[in-house]
Structure formats: structure tokens, C-alpha cells
Design a protein around this ligand. Sequence first.
Ligand SMILES: Cc1ncc(COP(=O)(O)O)c(C=O)c1O
Length: 402
Amino acid sequence: MTTAGVSTTERTIPLSVPVLQGNEWTYLKECLDTGWVSTVGPFVDRFEQEIAAYLGVSHAVATSSGTAALHIALKVAGVQEGDEVLVSDLTFIAPVNAIRYCGAHPVFIDADPNTWQMDVEKAARFLRDRCEPRRPRGDATEEYRNTKTGRRVRAILPVHILGLACDMQFIMERLAKQYHLRVVADAAEAMGVLYWHRHIAAWGHVVALSFNGNKIITAGGGGMVVMSNQPVTARYARFLTTQAKDDGPEYIHREVGYNYRLTNLQAAVGLAQLEQLEGFIQRKRSIAAFYEKALRDVSELTLMPTPAHTEPTFWLYTVLLKPGTSVPARQAFIERLRAQGIEARPLWHPIHRLPPYQDCEAFEIEHADDLYARAVSLPSSVNLSDADLQRCAAAVREALRP
Ligand SMILES: Cc1ncc(COP(=O)(O)O)c(C=O)c1O
């Protein structure tokens, strides 16, 4: 029997669900048995230490969400009210909101049509053609100002989307050095991605991770600020996440802080997930290899790229419909998948088009809109069976039929 094309005996295959089959129960029980359920507890410390060891970074500060991690990362990187921050236009909105929380202004940079990540050459062009150096009085460090707004360009925030990687070598060696920029990277979707054989989350001055429910590992919710060789900055990050309270018994707060600390309960789940991460990465890669093989002869589709020097996780396997596809046509394709019991999603609206950010500067955006119109993410949970994947691939072919 079928309803709207879906066999009632076949379950809907979701886009991405967490798989909690390791030590999650055991560790959670330990929290409940010992009473360590809040923001202090052994799992928070262990989770931080093990994330730092896994990524090869020196400091990790756990936060209540990836968005909180981004906010703190920007603050400790020195982004201040009135500064500008170059940021990917094609991204989930959280990093842009975090720029706003600092009272700073995003400048949107287009996506590269080949890698779908921030177009670093365009970022370079913006800095070269639209900014000029100024030497602040009494300070030896030159800074760059946007010639149109007069504001200081303080940082660049590349977002590694979909389990791929931005060209961090170019960002660190060409942009950060030449234009004295702080690099705050968003690796929420890129935990486990390698770039030049190092974890992508180890690239940048300060990096944010997320452990929300759809990420490659989850803590139910949560995030982490990571960095290397900056003990003072890391301490400051921890201080800000805990209401900026001075050490000691009195409630002394010399600046405005935040209640952004991860709980022990969340860290318990996160740690159990981290123990399974390598297996999850292998499965994500084999899912990508499956889609690649199953769909490579479909001429209407462009498959997911692998940017240079990158070993992706393909966190959400995403394809592009043919050039010129309109947003309604892409939505109709997603509906045809849904009718076959396959959940699929578009990418995010380019942020410069959204009401809170329509007035912000958007530099030569051409490709973010096109990628947004054409991209469709397919089911990518690590517990998909090969039979599920075959169903997904067959549904894609069916949904493309004229
Ligand atoms: C690229 C990106 N940045 C930031 C976040 C925000 O993380 P959180 O939901 O943990 O606040 C997400 C996802 O949620 C994301 O995909």
C-alpha cells in the first residue's frame, strides 16, 4: 500500500540523526549517581582534555553551544564594537549572529563555486581594493580600515561548511599576515576534517566547534573554543564563559560575563560520542563514496567536491542540481524525495539576503545565490544501511525524471 508515493511499510529516511550506541548511558548514569549534573564535574574537564588531544591543540574551553563558542572566540580574538569581520555568506547564521553580539559588522564574502567554501581570492580582493592601512597613534601595529565605512577590519571568520575545508593556508599566510587580521574559524560542521594532514579545527587563531544534535558528534547541545599556545587567551575564554567571576569566594565581576559553560551531563554524552568519532568519520566517508558511485553518471547533478589538501568528512552529503535551477524547482525536487520517504534539505539562504543583515556590505556576491538555489543535502546519518543508501540514490534518480 502506498500513500503519496511512500510505501507505508518503508520508514522515512531522515537527513541526519545522532547515533548513541557507546558509553552514553554509562557516563550519564555516573553523573546521576554522583550528583555531578551541572557545570562543574569531571566529564567537563575530560571532554576538554580529550578534544584538545584529539585535535592536537593546546587549549579547549567547553561552552553551552557552538554559537556561544563563536561569541567567545570573537571576543577573545579582540573583535570589538564597531569593528568589521569578513565572514562567509553561504553559512548557517550562527557565526554572523555572533559577530553582531560583539557589536561588530559582518562583511559578506562570496562562496567559491568549486569548493562551496569562502572564496578567499575575493576576500583578498576586498582587502586590497576596499581597505587601506592606518597606523593608530602610539601603536606600532598597522590596521586596515574599510575605506567606505572607515571601520577597522579586525578579523576574518571562514566557515568550513558540510564537512569540507576552507583554504586556511591562504587565509593564514596571505590574508592574516598581510592585513593583520585575527582568524576566528567556524569548524562546527568540520570536526574530524583534515587539511594538510592536520585537523582543520587546529587552523586559525581561535576556532569554534559545535556538538548540537545534528553534528558528527553530539553532546545534546554544546560547543568548544579551541586554540594553541595562547594560555592567557584560553584562560580569558574560560573566565568569560563563567560569568567573568574572579577566583575566590566573593562575587567579584570586573566585566560583563556569560553563563556559557557546558554541563557535566552534556560533557558525558560528548565524551562517549568522541570515543566513536573515528568510526563515524569512516562511515561518513563510505556514505560519500556510495553516493559518488551511485550518482556519478547522472548528468543533471554536480557531486560534492573535495577541496585541495583536504580529507573531508562529508558531514552532510550534498549535490547540486543543474545550472540555472530555480529555488522553486529545487524545492519541488525536495518534495519529490519527501514523497518517496527521503528527507532532504536545501542549504541556507545567503545571509546578506536575510532581514537582519540586508543593510550590511556584501562583496561581489555571485555564487552563493546560485549554490543556494541548486544545493540539496541528502540523508547522511552514520547508521544508514547500504539498503537505505540504495533507496536514497534510487529516489534521487526518480525525482529527477521529467
Ligand atoms: C556552521 C555552523 N556554525 C555554528 C553552528 C551553531 O552551533 P550551535 O547550534 O551549537 O549553537 C552551527 C550549527 O548549529 C553550524 O552549522
